[in-house]
Design a protein around this ligand. Structure first.
Ligand SMILES: Cc1ncc(COP(=O)(O)O)c(C=O)c1O
Length: 423
C-alpha cells in the first residue's frame, strides 16, 4: 500500500462508502501545529469549514486554541463539541444570524464597514465579543480564481479605497484570508502588501487574524519563515496574531473508501461505485481534480482500464479514468486518498454543512495491529444522492421526515419536524 495508508487496516472491516481518518496522522499534524503556535506566539485556530469531523475533536482539543466558524451552526459546533474560543466570519450577516453568532462567538468579523454600521445596535449590546473587519489586500497569490480571495471583483473583504477614514481605529482586529495551499513566503508577500497599504494604522489593532490556506504540515513547508513573520508582527504592532488553517490540521490523514457496485459497458469499461463525485468529492467536478485511487494508474497504462462513476443520477458524476493490474470485480474496495490530493477545506464543506443541518456523522473506531482509524460512514444502501440520504437518516433520528423532489442534487428538499432537532 502507498505510504500514507494506515498499515494493516483491513478494508473488509469498513462499511462503505466511508471517510476514514488515520488518527496517528491527525495527531502528528496537530503536534506540528501546536509547536508552530508555541514558537511563533500565534493562536492556532481550526477552520471548521476545512475540517469538522467532531468525532475526532477529543484528539485535537489539546493542540487547538479555538475554532473559526462561517455559520451559526459551525459556531455551535465549535462551542459545544470543541468547547474553546470561537471566531466567526461570513461575507454577510442577516440580523438574525449575527445575533446568533454574537451569542456563540468570542470574535466576530464583518466583511464591510456597511455591515459594521448597519448592526451597530447588536455590536453595542454585546460586551464580551471582540469585533473586526476582513481586509482584502488585493494581492493575488492563488492561481485558481475559484479559490482566490484577491481575484478581481472579489466580494471577500474590504479593499483599501473602500475603507472610511479612521475606520481602523474603531475596530479591534483585522482579518486577512488570502491563501489556498500555500507556503509561508506567500503569506510574507501578502503581509508586505497589507503593511504598504495600511502602514501605521495597524498600530491601533488588538489582534490580526492571518486566515487559512497555510499548508503548515506539508513536507517542506517553511515553518521558520512563518514563525519569524508572526513574531515580527506581534512585536511591531503589539497585538495578538491568529492563524486559522483548516486543511493543514488534517492533511494526508484521510481516505474515501468505496466499493464497486456494478460493472457496465458503453464504448468503454465502466465501474459504478457506491460513492459520488458530486456528493463526496465536489472539487473533482468543480476544480476539476483527478483524485488518486490507490493501486491504479492513468487509463491505458495498466492492463485493465475503467471509467469510475458515481451512484447519483447526475450524468457528469464521473470520478475519472483509471487502469488496474487486474480486472475490477463487484465488491472490490477502492481507496481514494482524496484528502491528500484535494484541498481538504473544500472537501470538508460536506461535513461542515452536515452540522449546519444538525446531523452528526455516524462513526466507529476500527483498530488494527498498527493503526487506529475513525470510520465516518457517509451513506448506505441504494440512493441517488448520498448527501440526501445521509441527511435523511439523521433527520429521522431527530424526529423529522424528509421528502425530495429533485433526483440529481438533493437540493430541493422539504423537511417536516415534529420538534426542533435541538430540543
Ligand atoms: C476565511 C477562511 N478562513 C480559513 C479557511 C481555511 O483554509 P484552509 O483549509 O485552506 O487552510 C478558509 C477556506 O476557505 C477561509 O475562507
Amino acid at each position: 500500500m502507498d505510504r500514507y495508508y494506515p498499515s494493516g487496516l483491513d478494508l473488509g472491516q469498513i462499511d462503505t462508502p466511508a471517510f476514514v481518518v488515520d488518527q496517528a496522522v491527525l495527531e502528528r499534524n496537530a503536534r506540528i501545529m501546536y509547536q508552530v503556535g508555541v514558537e511563533s506566539g500565534a493562536n492556532m485556530l481550526l477552520a471548521l469549514k476545512g475540517y469538522a469531523l467532531f468525532a475526532s475533536f477529543d484528539l485535537l482539543r489539546p493542540y487547538v486554541d479555538g475554532v473559526c466558524a462561517s455559520s451559526i451552526n459551525e459556531a455551535r459546533l465549535g462551542r459545544e463539541e470543541m468547547g474553546l474560543e470561537v471566531h466567526s466570519y461570513s461575507p454577510a450577516y442577516s440580523r438574525e444570524s449575527l445575533a446568533g453568532l454574537i451569542e456563540l462567538s468570542d470574535h466576530v468579523i464583518f466583511n464591510s464597514p456597511a455591515q459594521w454600521q448597519r448592526f451597530a445596535d447588536l455590536r453595542n449590546s454585546s460586551e464580551k465579543v471582540s469585533f473586526g473587519l476582513r481586509y482584502n489586500p488585493n494581492h493575488s497569490e492563488t492561481d485558481v480564481a475559484l479559490y482566490d480571495p484577491s481575484a478581481p471583483l472579489s466580494r471577500l473583504g474590504t479593499v483599501k479605497d473602500q475603507l472610511p477614514p479612521n475606520f481602523i481605529k474603531q475596530i479591534d482586529g483585522l482579518h486577512i484570508h488570502n491563501l489556498c495551499e500555500k507556503d509561508a513566503p506567500a503569506l510574507q508577500r501578502t503581509w508586505q502588501a497589507v503593511e504598504k497599504q495600511l502602514g501605521s494604522q495597524l498600530e491601533h489593532l488588538r489582534w490580526i487574524n492571518l486566515g487559512g490556506g497555510h499548508q503548515i504540515t506539508r513536507d517542506g513547508y517553511q515553518q521558520e519563515v512563518l514563525i519569524q513573520l508572526v513574531q515580527t508582527i506581534r512585536e511591531r504592532y503589539g497585538c495578538n496574531v491568529y492563524l486559522e488553517p483548516g486543511e493543514a490540521w488534517a492533511l494526508e490523514s484521510g481516505y474515501l473508501v468505496a466499493s464497486v457496485l456494478d460493472l457496465h459497458h458503453n464504448q468503454a469499461q465502466l465501474a459504478i461505485l457506491d460513492t459520488s463525485a458530486s456528493c463526496h468529492m465536489p472539487d473533482v467536478l468543480e476544480m476539476p481534480y483527478r483524485p488518486d485511487v490507490l493501486g491504479s494508474a492513468e487509463a491505458g497504462v495498466k492492463e485493465w482500464s475503467y471509467r469510475l462513476g458515481g451512484v447519483s443520477c447526475l450524468a457528469g458524476d464521473v470520478v475519472g479514468d483509471y487502469s488496474f493490474d487486474r480486472p475490477l470485480q463487484i465488491g472490490d474496495r477502492l481507496v481514494l486518498p482524496i484528502w491528500h490530493t484535494i484541498p481538504w477545506s473544500k472537501r470538508q464543506l460536506l461535513m461542515a454543512s452536515a452540522y449546519r443541518l444538525f446531523i452528526s456523522p455516524i462513526h466507529a473506531q476500527v483498530n488494527c495491529a498498527a493503526c487506529a482509524v475513525l470510520v465516518i460512514r457517509i451513506s448506505r444502501g441504494a440512493y441517488h444522492n448520498a448527501l440526501f440520504v445521509f441527511r435523511n437518516e439523521q433527520y429521522q433520528a431527530a424526529g423529522c421526515s424528509f421528502s425530495r423532489n429533485s433526483c440529481a442534487s438533493g437540493a430541493k428538499c422539504q423537511l417536516w419536524c415534529r420538534h426542533s432537532p435541538w430540543s
